[in-house]
Design a protein around this ligand. Structure first.
Ligand SMILES: Nc1ncnc2c1ncn2[C@@H]1O[C@H](COP(=O)(O)OP(=O)(O)OP(=O)(O)O)[C@@H](O)[C@H]1O
Length: 508
């Protein structure tokens, strides 16, 4: 298949808002692709080359300036191979080698292909929102139930692998995906509840536990081998030695645990989220010693040879207590007084509580109602689109953030407001540096960036506005923290922003 076919499909995806039309375009393309190139086609369209990030900066690519070819002749397989070589280049002279390979690739691409490759390599094409559409397209192309595709994706975490299995082996191949020790699966997520009362009414048979203010971890142990993954399935084993030793000492042979990790202050309050996240990228010994992470487990997906994913929480809970009883998330009870647990959680500096239905299976990768979160402070996770240079004390710093909500149909983020509130001096310095690394262009006041960073914003709801394309604007927005554990695909949608309109119209 020619790269040009993928580029054309990508353009038609961008040109329509209809989910049905997108699925039809994708299914048609998948059907035309050769078995061997199918994974690459899926990877390119969802903006994630199979080789992962190639470590190519925007500037390097912009400087290539290759004259475009007249006729399309690049194949998907050919491009995939070159990107593989680029990704594999290491050691001395590797930067030059990478630039050489890319220059050669770009010189063989037409103008439209150059633009596509550029956006693919800089991560600009990465549209997690397209994932749902792609899952349905795979189901349509392979003529298998969408649920079977979704389940395989949850277990493998990889769309290209799922697509190849669906198209080559049908439902039987998809059914072959199980929980595999050492292969992380997408974590189960929660839905917001209006209030604790409402949540408890919805799940009369439930447990309530703290929603702790840390970072999600998934731990796999097989014998002595332990792996630790983040919410986005990034492996962080080498950074969290203390968690590895702790899990290795648990009374079992094999286990998969789901939980939250954080470091506490001396008086037992959560340390700032930024500090916990910084541990995920560092092996510096002094940093490790200064910030010892503790795990707080809340689910057990596998124990000693038995998969528990499809078992009800009640049963998973028993396994969890048996294997990790000393490291449970606090508060966890079948509540007689849920309000007291919520009060205690807030008192201890956490966000709120979770209410989880005892009869529910573990729905990997799903944001369902089996888990309800109750948080008194309303926040939204939004994507940073740009920032303006500050004034006065903030001269020289990128300050006022332009914020976007996710388009549920897979389009680019939709701007909903700006804020410069809540930024510490440290964050100002950090964002001034970081934004210029992911800059796409700038004008006199504003530096525009690739929509990669997710920031958590506290707000007083939204108001109707003609200033922004989504018809809504944030009210009294302020930055709570950056969310490096989230992809833009995890950001809140424009619908979630609109859902806060009502509250804004009726101040308490
Ligand atoms: N007891 C708990 N059970 C499940 N998740 C918990 C718990 N305590 C803290 N968490 C965190 O909350 C997240 C689940 O909430 P949710 O599904 O709403 O994801 P989220 O969108 O990341 O939420 P938020 O932005 O509110 O942290 C988990 O990813 C985990 O990091």
């Amino acid at each position: 298949m020619l790269l040009a076919d993928v580029v054309t499909a990508s353009a038609s995806l961008a040109a329509t808002r209809s989910r049905k039309a997108k699925i039809a375009t994708l299914a048609d393309l998948l059907n035309r692709a050769d078995e061997r190139e199918l994974p690459a086609v899926v990877a390119f369209l969802t903006g994630r080359p199979t080789q992962g990030r190639i470590g190519t900066g925007w500037r390097t690519l912009a400087e290539l300036g290759a004259r475009p070819a007249d006729e399309p002749n690049l194949t998907v397989a050919g491009v995939d191979e070159v990107l593989g070589e680029v990704g594999a280049a290491s050691g001395s002279g590797s930067a030059r080698r990478r630039a050489g390979l890319l220059a050669e690739l770009f010189s063989r691409a037409t103008e439209a292909e150059q633009q596509f490759l550029f956006r693919l390599l800089t991560g600009e094409l990465r549209q997690g929102a397209l994932e749902g559409v792609m899952l349905d397209a795979i189901a349509a192309a392979a003529d298998v139930p969408a649920e079977a595709v979704r389940r395989a994706f949850m277990l493998s975490g990889q769309l290209p692998v799922t697509a190849a299995a669906a198209v080559t082996g049908g439902e039987a191949a998809l059914g072959g995906f199980g929980l595999e020790l050492g292969r992380p699966l997408r974590p189960m997520l929660a839905s917001p509840a209006e209030s604790l009362d409402e949540a408890v009414r919805e799940h009369p048979s439930a447990i309530v536990e703290y929603k702790m203010d840390g970072a999600r971890i998934q731990v796999h142990r097989d014998g002595d081998e332990v792996h630790v993954y983040t919410r986005t399935l990034r492996e962080i084993t080498q950074h969290v030695g203390e968690l590895v030793s702790l899990v290795r000492a648990l009374p079992c042979r094999s286990v998969v645990l789901d939980g939250e990790t954080l470091a506490l202050t001396d008086d037992g309050r959560p340390r700032p989220f930024q500090e916990t996240m910084s541990r995920f990228g560092s092996t510096r010994e002094e940093q490790v010693r200064a910030l010892l992470l503790q795990p707080y487990f809340f689910d057990c997906l596998h124990l000693d040879g038995t998969d528990l994913l499809d078992k009800p929480l009640r049963e998973r809970n028993e396994a969890l207590r048996r294997v990790a009883g000393e490291h449970l998330i606090p508060g966890r009870t079948e509540p007689s007084d849920p309000d007291a647990i919520l009060a205690a959680a807030l008192d201890a500096g956490h966000e709120g509580v979770m209410v989880k239905a005892l009869n529910s299976p573990y729905a990997a990768g799903r944001r369902g109602r089996a888990w309800l979160k109750v948080k008194p402070v309303h926040t939204l996770d939004l994507v940073v689109l740009a920032a303006e240079w500050g004034h006065g004390r903030r001269t020289g710093y990128l300050s006022n953030l332009h914020l976007g909500a996710r388009d549920p149909d897979g389009g680019p983020p939709i701007m909903v407001g700006k804020t410069f509130k809540g930024l510490t001096d440290e964050l100002l310095a950090w964002q001034t540096r970081t934004f210029q690394e992911i800059e796409t262009h700038r004008d006199k006041w504003t530096v525009h960036v690739r929509p990669e960073l997710v920031v958590e914003i506290e707000l007083d709801g939204a108001q109707v506005s003609t200033r922004y394309p989504g018809g809504v604007a944030l009210r009294f927005a302020r930055v709570v923290r950056y969310r490096p554990d989230k992809d833009p695909a995890d950001a809140d949608t424009i619908d979630a922003v609109r859902a806060t309109l009502k509250g804004a119209a009726q101040p308490e």
